[in-house]
Design a protein around this ligand. Structure first.
Ligand code: ZN
Length: 84
């Protein structure tokens, strides 16, 4: 990865972090910028674009819980309030 791409990625994280008021996209837990992880809503391996629309900041817990689940399973859990 080039230095330029690294910078873009960091800026995107800051942008999303601010847009979400510094809270996890999934459990609403307040985060610091260091705690926040950048998450693909639809994973890249499932055809999710690397665009801002498809990115959220999430806490490490949620990102780990989400990592092994396909999106429809994850969203089902979210809808039922089973994630937080
Ligand atoms: Zn969370």
């Amino acid at each position: 990865m080039t230095a330029k791409k690294n910078r873009n990625r960091r800026n995107r994280k800051r942008f999303l972090f601010a847009a979400q008021n510094g809270k996890c996209a999934y459990c609403n837990k307040p985060l610091t910028i260091r705690q926040a992880t950048l998450d693909h809503v639809v994973p890249k391996c499932m055809g999710g674009p690397g665009t801002r629309d498809n990115m959220k900041v999430a806490c490490r817990d949620c990102n780990c819980k989400k990592a092994d689940k396909p999106p429809h399973v994850w969203f089902g859990l979210l809808m039922q309030g089973l994630v937080a």
